[in-house]
Design a binder for this molecule. Structure first.
Ligand code: PMP
Length: 430
């Protein structure tokens, strides 16, 4: 049996009762791209609009007060979920915006007129370290930061089984390193990275650490006090919450030393025609009217996950991943890209099928109601590293059951039949 009660959970997700492709039950194996939403999240957003919609942090009227209370309550709920005080929680649009916020703050720091904002300035001769398994969201902003500032981008490579190669950690992360940006879980390989040695080395050389939690915070317990990093970024839409809301957690003293990224209303202290001063974090980083209903929806998602228990969520996905690896291993011609076991691995299972392009695999699966992602998964360097054109990727969540994985395995076999590439199963020959 699985750790979570899949049937009961499915009943909470209205979309899971629909059918696709002429009446086929929906088998949703694409939570890694975006997750479906339980009724509690949809209700929380609707309730906000129906009962107290107003622009937060402005106006003295009752609706504005209630809206602000709910928004700030959401900040506390989400902070508590990752072990952080509310003043360290910055609401963003998504993970991508959180990473850009930090990257622009670091380059703006070099030219900030306020002395307090120059502490973490990145410039010529400095180095930024990433890894070869990063999503483009945690790679391109750092490439761009390097182009703006004259800093150099360096990276940690991968082993053949899809883990970080830490053998040159001590040379790649060195006295010139200003920041290390690393994902906690790979969206393509499923790898769960050992962050301790990376954080320890960064501390030794005085570098900041940013953890991309887009695929970890939704799927495993994450506590920033244990992480030891300076920044953690994640997206609401991947953790049962609404789209358009994400979180940047930052260690307060680091956030407080950073200049703003976006500027305008809601983030200023005093504005004169000659210049302006800015509020302390988190307001300094939340210019304009924020995504209020979305933040409230995300808090409802967090409460839903907390009620299930993040340990149970992690165990659930581990069991599903083990089963998926086993079922796919039974199919000749299928190769999983990424760690072959569940020791340090989350539930992103990417694979290729010999003789069939991943897009064709995806199409046959889709015809059967099985929704997976195909392509480069916004991680081209990983695709290149493993010498494949693309992969088919299945990802799991709280409503996923063994039956979904059976549907995936049956669909892959059906694709092999359809394209006439089913290799002879050695078990059947004997
Ligand atoms: N990092 C990782 C590991 C991801 O999986 C994703 C989303 N696929 C992102 C960053 C970017 O998230 P978003 O598109 O929500 O900004």
């Amino acid at each position: 049996p699985l750790p979570l009660d899949v049937e009961a959970i499915r009943a909470d997700f209205p979309i899971l009762s629909r059918t696709v492709r002429d009446g086929k039950p929906l088998v949703y194996l694409d939570s890694g791209a975006t997750s479906q939403k339980p009724r509690a999240v949809l209700d929380a957003e609707r309730d906000f609009y129906e009962t107290c919609n107003a622009a937060v942090h402005r106006g003295a009227h009752q609706l504005a007060e209630e809206a602000t209370d709910r928004y700030e309550h959401a900040r506390r709920t989400i902070g508590a979920f990752i072990g952080a005080p509310e003043r360290e929680i910055v609401f963003t649009k998504n993970t991508t915006e959180g990473i850009n916020l930090v990257a622009y703050a670091l380059s703006n720091a070099a030219t900030a007129k306020e002395e307090q904002f120059r502490r973490y300035a990145v410039g010529q001769g400095d180095e930024i370290v990433v890894t070869e398994m990063e999503h483009h969201a945690n790679l391109v902003p750092w490439q761009q930061l390097c182009e703006r500032t004259g800093a150099t981008l360096r990276w940690l490579g991968l082993t053949d089984d899809g883990r970080l190669d830490l053998s040159d950690l001590h040379t790649v992360v060195n006295e010139r390193t200003k920041l290390v940006a690393v994902t906690q879980q790979s969206n393509l390989l499923g790898t769960v990275n050992p962050l301790e040695p990376i954080v320890a080395r960064a501390r030794e050389v005085g570098a900041l650490v940013l953890v991309d939690g887009a695929q970890s915070v939704p799927h495993q317990p994450v506590d920033v006090t244990e992480l030891g990093a300076d920044f953690l970024v994640f997206s609401g839409h991947k953790m049962l919450g609404p789209s358009g809301i994400g979180v940047l957690w930052g260690r307060y003293e680091v956030l407080d030393a950073l200049p703003p990224f976006l500027t305008g209303g809601s983030m200023i202290e005093v504005v004169r025609m000659e210049g302006s001063t800015f509020m302390p974090p988190p307001q300094r980083f939340e210019a304009g009217v924020p995504m209020t209903a979305q933040a409230i929806g995300l808090a409802a998602a967090v409460e839903y996950l907390q009620a299930l228990g993040m340990d149970a969520v992690e165990e659930h996905e581990k069991a599903l991943t083990a089963y998926a690896l086993e079922r796919l291993a039974e199919i000749p011609g299928v190769t999983v890209i990424g760690p072959p076991d569940t020791v340090a691995r989350g539930g992103a299972v990417s694979f290729t099928v010999e003789g069939i392009h991943p897009h064709d695999v995806g199409q046959v699966l889709d015809d059967r109601g099985v929704q997976v992602r195909v392509g480069h998964h916004c991680a081209w360097p990983v695709i290149r590293r493993f010498g494949v054109p693309a992969t088919t990727r299945a990802t799991f969540y709280v409503h996923t059951g063994y039956d979904d994985i059976d549907a995936l395995a049956d669909g892959v076999r059906a694709a092999q039949q359809f394209f006439g590439v089913a290799p002879q199963d050695p078990a059947e020959v004997n």
